[in-house]
Design a protein around this ligand. Structure first.
Ligand code: GLY
Length: 269
């Protein structure tokens, strides 16, 4: 979930890895999970790292009928206290929604929970935020109607939406980019360019990373000058350290195997 600023990151929810995880969708970075116990260990390490950073972590049960259920980012777009529940783009993932929606209604109250129209499709993984600009990936999971619905949702806050076309060899905008600090977007050469992000607020910049480290461009900036990063992407990690951030590296092999990145596994709310 990349629709909140670093100072807004106080609590989040995630969802446990089901036994059925080997059946998760895998068409981009991954070719399918092979070791469920290792996936569970990596998920637990992720939770622990977030708790160590002072984040309150809520854990929802796994759903055996939905192998992709750990990727909760796609199920909710949380902006400044309100949440838009999108219609996710993959039909096999539609049934992940009820427990997520119920949890958010319980936590936030019905008046803060908004739903998309039925023809609109969007995955939460198709949004990143830089200040008051929301970049939305137009991808195999997010259509024009979904983007229009999200634009209407952002209008209530007066925020700007910019569309980024996601190349056919990538899943989401968060598969390729993130904001390790509130002022910096990192993105990979070969997939995206700095230019597509347009004019940025003063003091902000896009920093390009090598194409082969595309997966490493998904990071989670946290309060206290910390950042979570996937292990094994040296240019990204060196860059983050040079910014003066404390980098917590997480082994993501079995999460990447299902095309999942760090942000995919949680929603700050
Ligand atoms: N496996 C994550 C997704 O395709 O949505």
């Amino acid at each position: 979930m990349t629709t909140v600023t670093i100072e807004q990151k106080k609590r989040l929810f995630c969802r446990l890895v089901p036994d059925s995880y080997a059946g998760a969708l895998a068409n981009f970075f991954g070719s399918g999970p092979t070791d469920i116990e290792l996936a569970r260990k990596q998920h637990q390490t992720y939770q622990n790292a977030l708790m160590d950073a002072g984040i309150e972590v809520h854990v929802l049960d796994a759903d055996e009928r939905h192998p992709d259920c750990i990727f909760v980012e796609d199920q909710a777009l949380f902006v400044d206290g309100e949440v838009l529940i999108p219609n996710v783009g993959a039909p096999s993932r539609e049934g992940e929604r009820p427990p997520v929606e119920a949890f958010l209604r319980e936590q936030l109250g019905d008046e803060k929970v908004h739903l998309m129209d039925s023809n609109a499709k969007m995955d939460g993984g198709d949004v990143i935020r830089l200040h008051n600009i929301f970049y939305v990936g137009k991808s195999s999971r997010t259509n024009d109607a979904g983007i229009d619905e999200f634009r209407k949702f952002l209008d209530r806050f007066g925020y700007e939406l910019r569309v980024v076309n996601i190349p056919g060899n990538a899943l989401h905008i968060t598969s390729l980019s993130s904001t390790p600090t509130d002022d910096i977007i990192i993105a990979p050469e070969g997939y995206l360019t700095a230019k597509i992000f347009g004019e940025l607020p003063q003091g902000s910049k896009v920093v390009m990373m090598p194409e082969e480290e595309a997966y490493g461009c998904n990071t989670i900036g946290l309060p206290g000058n910390k950042v979570l990063a996937a292990k094994g992407y040296p240019t990204v990690i060196k860059f983050l350290k040079e910014l003066g951030l404390e980098v917590v590296e997480i082994d993501m092999s079995q999460i990447r195997a299902a095309d999942g990145s760090l942000t995919c596994m949680s929603v700050f709310f």
